[in-house]
Design a protein around this ligand. Sequence first.
Ligand code: SAM
Length: 376
Amino acid sequence: MTFEQERARLVTELVAAGSLGDDWRRAAFEQVPRHEFIPGTVWQVSEAAGGRLLAMRRDTDPDTWSKLAYRNEPVHTQVDDGNPPAEGGWEVTSSTSAPSVVAKMLHALDVEPGMRALEIGAGTGWNAALLSWRVGAENVVTVEIDPTLAALARDALDRAGFDTVTVVTGDGMLGHSAGAPYDRVIATVGVREVPYAWVAQTAAGGRLVVPLYNSYHQPGLLTLTAHGDGTATGRLSWPLEFMGTRADRVPRVAPASIVGEPEVIGETDLHPRLWGSGRDAAMAIGQRLGDGVRLQWQKGAAPGQGAVWLFDPASRSWASVEVGEEPPYRVRQGGPRRLFDEVADAYRWWHEAGEPVVTDWTVTVGPGGQRMALPG
Ligand SMILES: C[S@@+](CC[C@H](N)C(=O)[O-])C[C@H]1O[C@@H](n2cnc3c(N)ncnc32)[C@H](O)[C@@H]1O
């Protein structure tokens, strides 16, 4: 299949799945060539290499590369900040997101021709190109922290005819005041807290669409309206997972590097599914813990068995809960923080608060920072 045919097939798939409607996005997806934005080397998880990310090259494997360009999946374009070990990388540090996610975020952005738009996290430049298709390339500013990626995005945007997009190399947490005010701000990188600078740079009535990031559990997509008085308010909607900004992300942990002899051994009746996988509980617990705690599931030999690990790399604290058929479950904890006790307390707090759902929370961002509150 040619790239054009692959693209048409992807659009049909996205329309059938309800990710793309019959609005401007459909034409933009049909016309903006995603493959022009994907670099010649991309990265794929290899189970055979123990979960490492291995390079896949367009010049040596053109068929696989071409298929990846038009699949409804993210394409990983950088690992380990561009410096992976020879035997493969561990952490995806840039990717072009799954087309369905991009389509839905652009829908949430509710963007009209001629609007000024700021994107944080240029990555490959593909989303900036789609935005440009709608508002005009001269109205789009996109910020990328990694100079190599920013240069690649610049080249790809030029090649695809969006040469008047402003690509800024810098820390997107500061926004880009020289291009303000913006009618729309979209982050394509997760943030723990929406920076006040983004609100300050948004016109009154303008909209911000931001994936909230939390190392314990990703809260989902946040849509805020700027009020023109230095504040913006909004709510969370559908779940999604994004990499955190360079400053926010919490590194993957090799358990052996932190886990030692347990200092406390106990048991609990709280199955990890209560506090580790239900979105409403896990989001509330993540907010109460603050950022930095990472949760990792480990499969056991039999279905329903395994362990759940909690890590705080900064304080070198850890906990594990061994899952079996029936409670109680064995809990082991080590390091200065008692991570399981903190999680269990947060879970009980959420339960006693009436088990609020993710969409109950109101998020306010102002000069004093971000606040999340429940009604009442
Ligand atoms: C998921 S990718 C963005 C995908 C992109 N919009 C596209 O269409 O390909 C996230 C990007 O955010 C960048 N990033 C991380 N922290 C950042 C920061 N503080 N400021 C600007 N960009 C940042 C990463 O380098 C990465 O390229």
